[in-house]
Structure formats: C-alpha cells, structure tokens
Ligand binder design. Structure first.
Ligand code: ADP
Length: 390
C-alpha cells in the first residue's frame, strides 16, 4: 500500500515538474523572442537614423562630454574638408579650427540649443551654420549646413538694391524738387491755376515724396544689412534719445489730432550704441503709432530699466495688428492692408520695422510687438545696460 502511495506521489511530482519545466521553457523562449524583436527594432532604428542623416545632406557629428568626435557622417567630413573617417577621435578644436565654435559648444553642453556661423578656412571658404544641442545620453549633437550659396545670393541682392537705389536717388531728388516748386508756383499763380490741375500737381508732389522716402529707406536697409558700421558711444541715455525722437514728431501728431506723451524714468542706466540710429528706430515706431491711431488717440513713449536691460516702448490705441501678421511685420516690404490706414496720412514702404529690427539686433538687443486687434499695439525693444563700464 505504502509503495503504491509513493509511486502515485512520485508520478504526480514528475508530471508537476515537467509542466513547470515546459512553462519555464516557454517563458525563456518568449523572452528570447522579445529580446530578438527589440534588437531588430534597434537595428532598424539605427539604419533609419543613418539613412535619414545621409538623406538630409547635412553634416552630423556626435561629440562626447569632452567635446571629442564620437561619430561623424560622410557629409560632415565633406563640409569640413576631411578625408572619410578621419574625424572620429579628434577634439572639436582639431575638427573645426575655430575657438569661437568650441566656446559655443561648451555653452550648449550647459544649456539649450546654440547656433553659430563659421567660415571654413579663409574668408572665401564655405559658410557653415552649426547648430548644437545636448544629446539625451550625454555629449552633444552638432548639425552642419552649408549656407554659402544663400549668403552669395543675399550679397548679390543687397548689392543690386544698393546700386539701384543709388541710381534712382539722383533723378528722383530732382523730380521731387521740381514738383515742390511746381506746387508752390501753382499756388501763387495769377491768373489762378484750375483746381483740378492744382490737385494733380499736389498728388505728384506727395507721391514723389513717398518714392524718395522708399529709396532712402532701401539704401538704409542695405547698408545696415551689409553690416554697415555703427557709430558707437558709451553711456547713452535711452530716455533722452526717446524723448528727442518723440519731439521730432510732435507737430505731425498734433496735425493728426493724436496726443503724444513721453514717460521716461530719469537717470536710466547707460547703454552702448549709435544714438542717431536708435533715435531713428523710435521715430519709426512713433510715426507708425500716430499713423494707425484714431483722432484723439493717445500715443505713449516709455523708457525704463528692466533687469539688466533698458526697455523702450511705444504704445498706441489704434487699429492693432491681427495675430497672423504679428510675426511678419518685421519682414521687409510687409504691409498688412492699405485700407487700415488713415487716407490723409498716406502709405508706407513696409521697410521701417525691418530697419528697426536690424538696428536693434546689431546692438545685441531684441524687438517685439504686443497687440490686440481694434485695441492698439505696443512695440518694445530691449538693449543691454553697459553703463559705460565696457
Ligand atoms: P510702413 O512703412 O508700411 O509703415 P513698417 O515696416 O513700419 O512699414 O510697418 C509694416 C506694417 O506693420 C505696416 O504697413 C502696418 O500694416 C503694420 N504696423 C506697423 N506699426 C503699426 C501700428 N502701430 N499699428 C498697427 N499696424 C502697424
């Protein structure tokens, strides 16, 4: 009897054990299959990433924490003028021969994305835009783009506009002077000139004035875009500059029935800049604010310290700017809609804000607009405080 019980228990145990073994075997097989699938997915992702890198035509480099090249694609070798496979292991300085780029990469390691533009070799070498971004697993990604052709076309466009504006300016100035004289003669003529003819002469004078302004602004913009030098001075008082600029437009504002106020903090910290150019920026902003204000509207010019910057702003309560247009108003020639303008003020060139942005960025500052359609706009720019200490 005992033997029988033992035999049954043993057989039961054997069945149990073999079931467990089979279950463990199935688990192992499942895990192995999962691991194989994960490996395959990784292999496919890597292959896709490599294919994508080649497809973009961009140079891609992976650097470690010490800023040595861990990996670089063929395009990166081509753009840096290196033989295939010779970048790996080199330091960023050896790879780019540019100390500015090394410091940019160091700051990218510590913070957000960074961008720099370099010339490979001498001044005629290819222009490369380099974007850096910290890699999720440590180190840094660098992406290189050849912008030589873009820069060449930009230079041609700037030269063309510059030449054309110069050519146009002389005859236009003559036409403008003649139309002014003609308008004066027509006003004083005896016997009087018919009204219709006087109106036409006045229109020629106004439109010629717009053409002269457009040509002058085009020349200004091409000079500023080609990095025309600034006449820098230290310790500039942005409050005084803003107030002087506003004064230049007081008569224009009065004629449009607009109340122009200046509220600047006394004793603002000094900034470093080109006073004439910064004054011109405020003139452009105030001119627009008055142009787009209703009769009896208020325009307020402010300058105040905010952190380590001085912020100058021009606020109006006019037509405002639609959301979709807010990012575009700083583009050259961008105009929202002629119909929004008071007819007696005349149109603009669409260049004033493009010039303003260039001037402010040349000064290491920022310019932006806040606006609500139908309620008004505030254009502001911030410039770093130097207080004459630099
Ligand atoms: P413009 O010479 O035409 O005034 P700007 O570059 O100065 O050229 O301005 C671009 C466009 O932005 C203007 O045509 C106008 O539509 C819009 N804009 C500029 N300032 C204001 C403002 N204060 N209120 C409403 N719209 C404005």
């Amino acid at each position: 009897m005992l033997c029988l019980v033992l035999a049954v228990v043993t057989a039961g145990l054997a069945v149990l054990l073999s079931r467990r073994e089979r279950a463990a075997g199935r688990r192992d097989a499942r895990r192995a299959a999962e691991a194989a699938r994960a490996l395959e997915a990784l292999r496919v992702e890597r292959a896709d990433r490599a294919a994508l890198r080649e497809l973009t035509g961009l140079g891609v480099l992976e650097l470690d924490d010490r800023l040595h090249v861990r990996d670089a694609n063929p395009a990166a070798h081509g753009l840096l003028g290196r033989a295939a496979g010779t970048l790996v292991g080199r330091s960023i300085m050896e790879a780019f021969l540019d100390p500015g780029l090394e410091s940019m990469a160091r700051s990218a390691l510590e913070g957000g994305p960074r961008t720099a533009e370099i010339r490979r070799g001498d001044a005629d070498g290819p222009a490369l835009v380099v974007r850096a971004q910290r890699a999720a697993g440590g180190g840094l990604w660098l992406v290189l783009e050849d912008v030589s052709e873009l820069r060449r076309l930009q230079r041609i466009r700037a030269e063309f506009i510059d030449n054309l504006s110069h050519e146009l300016r002389t005859p236009l100035t003559t036409v403008s002077l003649l139309s002014e004289t003609l308008a004066r003669d027509a006003d004083a003529a005896d016997p009087p000139v018919p009204d219709k003819m006087r109106e036409r002469i006045a229109k020629i004078e106004v439109e010629t004035g717009h053409l002269v302004q457009m040509v002058n602004e085009l020349l200004d913009l091409s000079r500023i875009e080609s990095g025309g030098s600034l006449l820098l001075a230290d310790g500039l008082d942005m409050g005084r500059l803003a107030a002087d600029a506003a004064e230049r437009l007081r008569l224009f504002a009065e004629r449009q029935g607009v109340n122009l106020r200046v509220e600047t903090d006394p004793g603002l910290p000094g900034i470093r800049g080109d006073g004439a150019r910064l004054g011109q920026v405020v003139v452009n902003l105030v001119h627009n604010a008055v142009k787009f204000s209703p009769d009896g509207g208020d325009v307020v010019v402010r300058a105040q310290p905010v952190g380590d910057e001085v912020v100058t702003s021009v606020e109006d309560h006019g037509v405002g700017i639609p959301r979709a247009a807010r990012d575009r108003v700083f583009e050259r020639f961008y105009k929202i809609d002629r119909a929004r303008l008071r007819p007696e003020v005349g149109g603009g060139t669409g260049l004033g804000l493009a010039i303003a942005r260039h001037v402010i960025e040349q000064h290491g500052g920022r310019i932006w607009v806040e606006s609500e359609e139908g309620r008004g706009s505030t254009f502001s720019f911030a410039l770093p405080v130097t207080d004459g200490s630099e």
